[in-house]
Design a protein around this ligand. Structure first.
Ligand SMILES: O=P(O)(O)O[C@@H]1[C@@H](OP(=O)(O)O)[C@H](OP(=O)(O)O)[C@H](O)[C@H](OP(=O)(O)O)[C@H]1OP(=O)(O)O
Ligand SMILES: Nc1ncnc2c1ncn2[C@@H]1O[C@H](COP(=O)(O)OP(=O)(O)OP(=O)(O)O)[C@@H](O)[C@H]1O
Length: 406
């Protein structure tokens, strides 16, 4: 992941040994905190090992420990491109992004209460207005896509569909000292609006800044992104500018045909997996192969096999969690990237969480889910939209003015 996202963003952690009894107790303790949809998940209580990571909600990394008041914004941006490959056979997939389609299934199955207006393509667009819209939409309907921590404490976020609706005035109360340090703003809706606007602007500036160049830069130099730049389901108007931050994930993503082939039971046999290096290593040779885009999908199983590791990396990227740390910068000569709001200057840094690779075993599940998402969307929303268009067309036919010669 360091190869893809850059040295500075990824924390590898350290493998530590833990007493089994401690892990069992921990497991019981956190169970009640899990969102309903994650109650089937479990800690590995048998290995006796765990990964020790820095506390990124407080920015305690191995490089330094931050003692100043700190604001951390965690975003789960999800997959931000629309595939253009001819191997993608569902027409709707060329128009609407997976996140927006998935929203409908999530609401229908009760995972969330209402459809979010957030669309990853807006966030990745590089267009400030679209990015503001995407971030505001996340703030309105955070789901599992947005969390905000102040000094290590969660002050904004949503556990599951039963969570109460977002309270912006409480959030603004927490954030005011960061954005309006010398006060000057009374409370009330005006203050809430001003603080939220500042937050959205500052996150956008951080996202657009290019202060730390990772290996991702090299991937961005490849062929420019293709395919639609706007998702048809996004409520935001069309915009033309498109930035390449999603290229990493896009260049690794595999086609439907390949995903289908990967579900073949023969690949689950362990002996095959070892010889074919399905589970790794993810080394320099693997990275170099990814940059070679010359091989075409010839529909063979052999080709599909070469895509297993890229697929794991890609689906990990689809779910990873960039976390942005902001602290008010007092006049100083610190050598750190800086963003400004109207009343404050912030030093900031970025880390990426949840980078454990998705296992090969998740491919069949992902493949089935993908089908469900598209079918549900096509049957319900897309069909309804088509009906509306055809009704409008009919209406316009009914209104045709016929002129007769007199
Ligand atoms: O498939 P998706 O897009 O629903 O992603 C899953 C996530 O759902 P989301 O769409 O973000 O609400 C899902 O997020 P939640 O646990 O629902 O917050 C997980 O990240 C899941 O990964 P894993 O199976 O726990 O390793 C994710 O599953 P994988 O596809 O990564 O296996
Ligand atoms: N190093 C960290 N520092 C601060 N917060 C973290 C860190 N790692 C994870 N978190 C918090 O915990 C949340 C869940 O993390 P993550 O998605 O990595 O867990 P998970 O592996 O999916 O958990 P499980 O599978 O046990 O349910 C993140 O959204 C983040 O808010």
């Amino acid at each position: 992941m360091k190869e893809f996202l850059g040295e500075n963003y990824v924390h590898c952690g350290e493998v530590v040994q833990l007493p089994l009894d401690f892990v069992k107790q921990l497991c019981l303790k956190i169970q009640s905190e899990r969102p309903e949809s994650r109650c089937d998940k479990d800690l590995d209580t048998l290995s006796g090992y765990a990964l020790c990571l820095p506390n990124l909600a407080r920015l305690q990394t191995y490089r330094f420990v931050e003692h100043r008041p700190i604001l951390c914004v965690e975003i789960k941006p999800k997959c931000g491109f629309i595939p253009f490959s001819g191997d993608v056979t569902h027409e709707v997939k060329h128009k609407v992004c997976r996140y927006c389609m998935h929203q409908h299934l999530k609401v229908a199955t009760g995972k969330w209460k209402q459809i979010s207006k957030y669309c990853p393509l807006d966030l990745y667009s590089g267009n400030k207005q679209r990015m503001h819209f995407a971030l505001k939409s996340l703030l309105q309907e955070a789901q599992n896509n947005l969390k905000i921590f102040k000094n290590g404490e969660l002050i904004y976020g949503c556990k599951d569909a039963r969570s109460p609706v977002a309270d912006w005035s409480e959030l603004a109360h927490h954030l005011k000292p960061f954005f309006f340090p010398s006060n000057g703003l009374a409370g009330g809706p005006h203050c809430t609006g001003a603080v939220i606007r500042e937050l959205v602007r500052v996150i956008t500036r951080v996202l657009l800044s290019d202060s730390e160049k990772g290996r991702a830069g090299a991937l961005r130099l490849g062929p420019g992104p293709q395919g639609p730049r706007v998702c048809e389901a996004s409520p935001f108007g069309r915009s033309l500018r498109h930035q390449g931050r999603c290229v990493i994930v896009r260049s690794l993503a595999v086609s439907e045909t390949v995903s289908g082939q990967l579900c073949h039971p023969v690949f689950c046999a362990f002996s095959f997996r070892k010889t074919l290096q399905i589970d790794g290593p993810y080394d320099e040779a693997f990275y170099q192969k990814l940059l070679d885009l010359s091989t075409e999908d010839d529909g063979t199983v052999a080709f599909a096999l070469t895509k297993v590791k890229p697929h794991s990396v890609s689906s990990t990227c689809h779910n990873c969690l960039p976390i942005f740390h902001l602290f008010v910068l007092h006049p100083s000569s610190e050598q750190r990237p800086v963003v400004t709001s109207s009343r404050s200057r912030f030093a900031f840094s970025v880390s990426v969480l949840d980078l454990d690779l998705k296992p090969y075993e998740s491919i069949p599940h992902q493949y089935k889910l993908d089908g469900k998402i598209v079918n549900f969307y096509s049957k319900t929303v897309h069909a309804k939209d088509a009906a509306v268009v055809s009704a409008r067309f009919k209406e316009s036919e009914d209104c045709t003015l016929v002129l007769h010669k007199v």
